[in-house]
Design a protein around this ligand. Structure first.
Ligand SMILES: CC(C)(COP(=O)(O)OP(=O)(O)OC[C@H]1O[C@@H](n2cnc3c(N)ncnc32)[C@H](O)[C@@H]1OP(=O)(O)O)[C@@H](O)C(=O)NCCC(=O)NCCS
Length: 171
């Protein structure tokens, strides 16, 4: 297994894995498979090459098996914050530490950015696998957004979490 930053050459595989994630886990993501499936390949490429986004992939036996993204803020007053997004590990690769290592890769990238003080993320209430993983990686809850997403006829809350990138939390 190895983790690397994805570039435009990974756009097709990235698209396939994200569409699988949206399809199999509609409660976990705010984007829907329907709205993302129609996006052109150039949209996925720009996600991988954009100045404000970093996407990392975990490869197993040469195949993309997991992903995570980190988005930076364009506005001057918010540049000390980044958002972790789109964490997904495909079914047969789960429970082997890939999720943890992907979050660690995002944290390492964040640390390399001067001036970055914290990472935020959201996780749908009830997604215990993801919530526990984020807690293990040092994230703490700071809020609960009621009725944050609507999936079908049902509404779900989103837990907001953050992790400070202070010197003592760099270990
Ligand atoms: C949440 C998600 C990314 C976790 O990925 P993962 O690769 O299974 O995560 P890890 O393997 O690092 O950790 C999961 C569990 O495996 C355990 N584990 C880690 N390494 C292990 C190993 N070598 N052997 C056995 N178990 C292991 C961890 O202790 C953890 O246990 P827990 O469930 O009791 O906390 C994955 O379940 C997923 O993609 N879910 C659907 C999409 C989703 O919810 N994304 C998050 C959106 S916010």
């Amino acid at each position: 297994m190895w983790i690397q930053r994805l570039d435009a050459s990974h756009a097709l595989d990235y698209r396939a894995l994200m569409l699988e994630a949206y399809d199999l886990h509609p409660l976990a993501f705010t984007s829907s498979v329907r709205e993302r499936a129609v996006m052109p390949l150039s949209w996925w490429e720009s996600r991988l090459t954009g100045k404000l986004d970093r996407v990392f992939g975990a490869f197993e036996e040469g195949k993309l098996a997991g992903i995570v993204g980190l988005a930076f803020e364009p506005r001057e007053k918010a540049r000390h914050k980044a958002t972790l997004f789109g964490l997904y590990v495909t079914g047969k690769a789960q429970q082997r530490g890939l999720g943890y290592q992907l979050v660690q890769a995002a944290l390492a990238e964040a640390r390399a950015h001067q001036g970055l003080k914290l990472i935020q993320l959201t996780v749908t209430a009830g997604n215990e696998a993801a919530f526990k993983l984020y807690q293990r990686c040092g994230f703490v809850q700071f809020g609960l957004e009621p009725l944050a997403v609507r999936v079908g006829e049902d509404y779900f809350d989103k837990i907001h979490m953050w992790r400070e990138l202070t010197a003592e939390s760099l270990a």
